[in-house]
Design a protein around this ligand. Structure first.
Ligand code: NAP
Length: 303
C-alpha cells in the first residue's frame, strides 16, 4: 500500500530529508511550506489539513530558534504547542496517524543518567517548555500520535553543529568547544528514514498499539560537544584536524539555558520498533562525505 503522507515543513533539516529519502519507500508525500501553512496561524493550518487526503501526517515545521524563543514566547508556543495541538484535535481518533518531533530540551539534564520516556520533564528554556506543551496537547487529543524526542539534530543542510565546526576549522582560528554538555547526536536523515520506514505500520496501527505515544530517537553513543567536534574533524580532516580546546557552558552566556546532560535513552524505541539507531560516528561520516562531495562539485563547476 502506498502511504500518503502530508508533511508540514519543507526547508528544515528533517523536512528536506523526508522529501529526499521518500524515493526509497512506498510513500507519496505532499509537503507544505511555511508560505502554504504558517504554524503561527493554527486555523489556517487546520484548514489545509482538512483539505488534504492523507494516511499519515508528519510535522517537520517548528520554532527552533532556542535563544530567540526567550524573547518570542507567544510565537514559540503558538508554533510548537497551539498549532500541533489544533492539528491533533482535528485528527482525533479517526483521522490519519500523526508524527511529531520533540526534543531532549524538555529535560533539565540533572538526572545523572540517560532519560527514559517516563522521566519527569523540567524544561530550562521557553523553547523546551513550548515543545513539552506541544507533546502534551498532541498526546491528549490524538490517540494515534507518535511523538519522537530527538537531540542534537545534524545534516548536510541548514544551520547545524557539523557545518559550523567545519566552517570554523576552515577559518583557521584557535577553537574552544563546550566540554561539559553531553548528548546524543541525531542524523536528520536517519530520523527521516526511520519515520518513512514505519509509515505503513503507523498508518495501519490502531489507537493503543505500542507504536504510538512517546519514544526517544537518537544515534547511538553519548558525547560532549567538544568530543563531537573532535570526531567531525577527525572524519573530515584526518591528520590535519585542528586541536580543540575545552570550554565550559558558563563561558558562553546565552539567553536560553541548556541542559548539561539530557542524553536520551532509546531502548523503548528499539524494543517497540525492532530498530537500533546506528552509532553517531557512522551517521556523521555520511554527512561529512556528502559535504565534501558537494564542495568538490562546487569547485569543479567554478573551474
Ligand atoms: N535542530 C535540533 O538540534 C533539534 C534537536 C531536538 C529536536 N529538534 C526538533 O526536530 C524537529 C526538526 O528540526 P529541524 O532541525 O529540522 O528544524 P529546522 O531545520 O530549524 O527547520 C524548522 C522548519 O520549521 C519551519 N518553520 C518555522 N517556523 C514556521 C512557521 N511559523 N510555520 C511553518 N513552518 C515553520 C521552517 O521553515 P522556514 O524555512 O520557512 O523558516 C523549517 O522548515 C523540530 O520539531 C525540532 O524542534 C531539533
Amino acid at each position: 500500500m502506498t502511504v500518503r503522507i502530508l508533511q508540514f515543513g519543507t526547508t528544515g533539516q528533517l523536512g528536506r530529508e523526508l522529501s529526499a529519502q521518500a524515493k526509497d519507500f512506498d510513500v507519496e508525500i505532499t509537503a507544505l511550506s511555511r508560505a502554504e501553512a504558517d504554524f503561527a496561524d493554527p486555523a489556517a493550518v487546520v484548514a489545509r489539513l482538512k483539505a488534504a487526503q492523507a494516511d499519515l501526517v508528519v510535522l517537520a515545521a517548528a520554532y527552533t530558534a532556542v535563544d530567540q524563543a526567550e524573547r518570542e514566547r507567544d510565537l514559540a508556543f503558538r508554533v510548537n504547542a497551539e498549532t500541533p495541538g489544533a492539528i491533533a484535535e482535528a485528527l482525533g481518533a479517526g483521522g490519519p496517524a500523526l508524527v511529531q518531533i520533540s526534543t531532549d530540551y524538555v529535560f533539565d539534564g540533572e538526572k545523572g543518567g540517560a532519560y527514559v520516556e517516563t522521566d519527569t520533564p523540567a524544561p530550562l528554556s521557553v523553547y523546551g517548555a513550548s515543545k513539552l506543551e506541544g507533546e502534551r496537547r498532541i498526546l491528549a487529543a490524538c490517540p494515534r500520535a507518535l511523538v519522537l524526542r530527538a537531540s542534537w539534530v545534524v545534516s548536510s543542510h541548514g544551520k547545524n553543529f557539523v557545518k559550523t565546526m567545519l566552517r570554523l576549522a576552515g577559518e583557521g582560528k584557535p577553537l574552544k568547544v563546550v566540554a561539559d554538555q553531553f548528548g546524543r547526536p541525531t542524523s536528520a536523515r536517519d530520523l527521516a528514514r526511520f519515520i518513512l520506514s514505519q509509515a505503513e505500520r503507523l498508518a495501519a496501527a490502531r489507537a493503543g498499539e505500542p507504536v504510538f505515544g512517546l519514544h526517544h530517537f537518537a544515534n547511538a553513543g553519548e558525547v560532549s560537544w567538544k568530543g563531537f567536534a573532535e570526531g567531525i574533524f577527525d572524519m573530515a580532516l584526518g591528520a590535519n584536524a585542528p586541536p580543540v580546546g575545552a570550554s565550559a557552558t558558563a563561558d558562553w552566556p546565552a539567553p536560553a539555558k541548556r541542559p548539561l546532560r539530557a542524553t536520551l535513552d532509546t531502548a523503548k524505541l528499539e524494543h517497540t520498533f525492532g530498530v537500533t539507531p546506528r552509532p553517531w560516528r557512522e551517521a556523521v561520516a555520511d554527512i561529512v562525505s556528502e559535504l565534501q562531495s558537494e564542495a568538490k562539485t562546487e569547485l569543479g563547476s567554478a573551474a
